[in-house]
Every structure is written in structure tokens, then in C-alpha cells.
Design a protein around this ligand. Structure first.
Ligand SMILES: *[C@@H]1O[C@H](CO)[C@@H](O)[C@H](O)[C@H]1NC(C)=O
Length: 279
């Protein structure tokens, strides 16, 4: 259902700028198409909307808990995605800049640095893990998804504000709001005939001409407060990169460190097997 709304929003974008000359039938910048489609979709996910259209009737659950569960689901989809969306092109640009040596280990170094993720088994340069991402092998820009994720909340907040919504942003439903539709339509109709800065400026009614993460932060604020309480006794928030993690993706060939270590492990394993057999 959510994907259908998302794709229909893309179709609506095509329809809205169809009056533009061919050259301008596109998003205002590469992030806009995804951002607009996702902004329209943000309103579809939430419980007030699902109740309104009769898809969620359960009223026995604690509304606060339902809200936190909803925000956690959204955070896993949107916030946890941001570092990944950021690192894909960082990696690609580093290949353009520094060449193709240690491509795979550089991929995992960035995965660890930005996402706090390590591979479950050791990786080598003969593996090409970035190739498992479609946009890498099909040579498609990726940084637009990072920007789009931020911009979608900024657009959503504007739509909610003109629709008269008050209260938590994550509970905003713009369903059947003509005012929200008008703002959305203005963004879409311009296509790429105006600079993105100008479209953001008219969308925010002159407040800013820049993409800003403030709306995203406001959307997740209640979850942030909840998490601060949950994590108040945690000594470390985030991750460190210790030797064992890094060793999983250290280049195996041409490294003076990793090879003797792995050789030693194999030798020790062999010795253990021998000793066990004797016993
Ligand atoms: C955005 O607005 C600032 C100040 O209002 C202005 O200096 C800047 O040139 C504008 N940027 C663009 C790209 O229009």
C-alpha cells in the first residue's frame, strides 16, 4: 500500500510538470522526485490516517506505546538509512579520486565508520561487496537518496503546516487537504524550470532556500526523548572500531599484518587437531 502511494506520487509529478517544455520535465534537483514521493507517503503510514480510512481500529493499545513503536519503525527505515545513503557515493568518489586499490576494504572501512557495521565473515579484495548494491553496478548516482530523505521531511512539514495540523509531526495526515495539495502541486508543476533553492523558498514561504534537516529532527523528537531515558545508563552510545572488527575486512594480500595472523590461526588450528586426535 505504501509503495503504491509512493509510485502514484511519482506519476502525479510526471502529470503535474507535463505542461513544461521537455527539458524541464524533471525534479527541481535529483533529490526532488524521491523526496516528493516520500513526503506524500509519510502521511499514509501513520495511525491517524489508517484509522481515518478504516484500516486500523484497535483502540485497546496504549497510544503512547503505539506512537513510540511507530516512530521506531520509521527511524529504522529513515534514520538508520541515512549513513548508508551517505557512504555509497563517498566510496564511489574515493575510487574516482584515489584509484581502484583496496576497493573492498575501503567499502567496509566506510561501512564501519558511518554505519557501525562489520561483515559477518572475513572479506578480501577478491570479493566485490559494493557490487551487491544495484546503483553501484548500474552506475547511478546515490547521494540524491541521502538528500531526498532529509528533504522529504521538510516538504512534509510544510504540507502539514498549511493543512492546519498541530501537535506531533509524525501524527500529521494531509488526507483531503486542499491547501496541502496546492503546495504540493506548486512544487511539482515547476518541474526543473526553476532552481531548487527558489522552489524551497516558495514552499517554506520565504523562510529558507536551503535543504534543512530540522523537520526530520522534529519528526523524531518524541522518540529521541524516549531513547535518552532508555539509554541514560549506557556508558557508550555508538560504536568503536576495534582490531577484531577491522581484521574482518583487512586486505589479505599485500598486507604484512593480516597474513601472518591468519596463517598463525591456521597453524594453531592444525596443531590442535593433531593433539586432539592423539588424545
Ligand atoms: C539563499 O538565500 C540567501 C540569503 O537569503 C542568499 O544569500 C543566497 O544567494 C540564496 N541562495 C540561492 C541559491 O538562491
Amino acid at each position: 500500500m505504501v509503495s503504491t502511494h509512493h509510485e502514484m506520487a511519482h506519476v502525479q509529478y510526471y502529470l503535474q510538470y507535463s505542461e513544461q517544455p521537455q527539458l524541464f520535465r524533471d525534479g527541481a534537483n535529483p533529490a526532488f522526485h524521491e523526496a516528493v514521493a516520500n513526503a506524500a507517503t509519510l502521511s499514509v503510514y501513520n495511525l491517524p490516517h489508517l484509522q481515518r480510512v478504516g484500516l486500523y481500529q484497535n483502540k485497546s493499545h496504549d497510544p503512547y506505546e503505539v506512537g513510540m513503536n511507530f516512530l521506531m519503525t520509521m527511524a529504522l527505515e529513515k534514520v538508520a538509512y541515512l549513513p548508508f545513503a551517505f557512504m555509497v557515493d563517498q566510496w564511489r568518489w574515493s575510487i574516482f579520486e584515489d584509484g581502484v586499490q583496496n576497493m573492498n576494504s575501503r567499502w567496509w572501512q566506510m561501512k564501519l565508520r558511518y554505519q557501525g557495521v562489520v561483515p559477518p565473515v572475513a572479506r578480501h579484495e577478491s570479493d566485490f561487496d559494493p557490487g551487491s548494491k544495484y546503483h553501484i553496478i548500474s552506475d547511478q548516482e546515490y547521494i540524491k537518496y541521502f538528500l531526498a530523505t532529509i528533504l522529504e521531511f521538510q516538504i512534509f512539514e510544510q504540507l502539514c503546516s498549511v493543512s492546519g495540523h498541530t501537535g506531533n509531526l509524525y501524527e500529521c495526515d494531509i488526507y483531503r487537504s486542499r491547501d496541502a495539495g496546492r503546495v504540493l502541486s506548486e512544487i511539482m508543476q515547476a518541474g526543473s524550470s526553476k532552481p531548487a533553492a527558489e522552489i524551497i523558498k516558495s514552499m517554506t514561504r520565504g523562510k529558507t532556500n536551503r535543504i534543512s534537516p530540522e523537520a526530520l529532527v522534529r519528526y523524531f523528537r518524541p522518540l529521541e526523548l524516549w531513547l535518552r531515558v532508555q539509554n541514560r545508563d549506557e556508558p557508550l552510545i555508538g560504536w568503536s572500531s576495534n582490531y577484531h572488527d577491522v581484521a574482518l575486512f583487512a586486505p589479505q594480500r599485500g598486507s604484512s599484518q593480516a597474513l601472518p595472523t591468519s596463517a598463525l590461526v591456521i597453524v594453531l588450528g592444525f596443531l590442535c587437531t593433531l593433539l586432539c586426535c592423539r588424545v
